[in-house]
Design a protein around this ligand. Structure first.
Ligand code: GTQ
Length: 345
């Protein structure tokens, strides 16, 4: 009989087995605690812009853009200190550039997004074209495209960098390269990219070469107009208000293979329903004030504040004024791999 009852010696023998196999880099699965469940060790967190901004300005006095290459304060999840990650799959940092400065050109395999927080007159050059940045704009830096930043204005400009570097690190696929010149050759005219891809048309012979959006710049002026129109003519979703997803026109899907990107508008005095999904999300307040209640925590959010809600943590919004909130998440990657799941009661 194979399935006979263990003898009285069994508990000691079992412990001995665990010790012996440990030396051989093995472990008994039956001793694993926790088991299989959604979510991660990451925690929901909130960064007040009033805490971030003074430190960015302090960094401006202490290190030049050239020395720093990118003058960025990285928002790290408390559960992931030392990694540069805000969730297991996402990076977030706030970058500041002063008038006249240049952030030298480089390229890397992680995809990057810029969300312009404050200031005017800066540009990011991507793939041979200069894109002027205005507050509320969302800009795509597809992986392996050369990019450098500059500030032609007369005040500091701050934006949020969102990267999928945890994906490339996890997969062992992180490469980067510096350009010898600080500035890349601008072989395209201003407006070329928008003319070819952002007029609800595509060049007739366009064949997507990658999963990233061919549109590089999604101006806030357009996004705001759409949100306001929908807010005036439709009922808000009970959890999300009016929420739009930035689309890749070549696929109808997300602007990146990994990151989904959104802008939502919540009306004044909104009391949102709880929602959770397997995606981890980074939120940045564009306009207005309100609460983000994530799990047991309540964050009093105001303009330019950033918050993170990790996978499978239930959250909801309560507003005082109307609020506009930008966000990005790893939903695109989860959907592509067939793992995304949500709970919308
Ligand atoms: O501006 O190219 O926050 O390469 C991290 C890595 C910004 C950038 C970051 C980067 C950049």
């Amino acid at each position: 009989m194979i399935d006979k009852a263990p003898s009285s010696r069994a508990p000691d023998d079992l412990k001995q087995l665990s010790r012996d196999i440990d030396r051989k880099s093995m472990m008994p699965l039956w001793e694993r605690t926790g088991g299989m469940r959604p979510g991660s060790d990451c925690i929901a967190m909130h960064w007040h812009y009033s805490d971030i901004k003074p430190e960015l300005l302090r960094a401006c006095e202490l290190i030049t853009k050239k020395q720093a290459e990118r003058r960025v304060l990285v928002l790290e999840n408390e559960a992931l200190r030392g990694t540069t990650y805000i969730t297991n799959t996402l990076y977030a940092g706030l970058q500041i550039i002063l008038p006249g400065e240049i952030a030298p050109s480089h390229r890397h395999t992680p995809n990057a997004l810029r969300f312009v927080v404050e200031g005017d007159g800066a540009y990011t050059a991507v793939d041979g074209e200069r894109l002027m940045m205005h507050p509320g704009d969302f800009i795509v830096t597809p992986n392996w495209t050369w990019h450098d930043h500059g500030n032609l204005g007369d005040g500091p400009v701050v934006w949020l960098d969102g990267l999928d570097s945890p994906f490339t690190n996890f997969l062992g696929t992180t490469f980067r390269e510096d350009l010898t010149d600080d500035r890349q050759n601008l072989f395209r005219q201003d407006g070329d990219n928008a003319a070819a891809f952002a007029a609800n048309m595509l060049p007739h012979d366009f064949r997507p070469a990658s999963a990233q959006s061919p549109i590089l710049h999604y101006p806030y002026a357009q996004t705001k107009k759409a949100l306001e129109h929908l807010a005036a003519t439709t009922d808000p979703h009970p959890a999300h208000g009016v929420k739009l997803r930035y689309a890749n026109p070549a696929t109808g899907r997300h602007p990146f293979s990994t990151m989904a990107v959104f802008m939502q508008r919540l009306p004044a005095n909104f009391s949102g329903r709880d929602y959770r999904s397997t995606e981890g999300s980074v939120f940045c307040v564009v306009e207005g004030d309100g609460k983000l209640i994530a799990g047991e925590k309540t964050f009093e959010m105001t303009q330019h504040d950033v918050a993170v809600v990790p996978s499978w943590t239930a959250y909801r919004f309560e507003t005082s004024t109307a609020m506009v909130i930008f966000s990005y998440s790893d939903r695109a990657g989860q959907e592509a791999l067939g793992f995304w799941h949500d709970e919308d009661p």
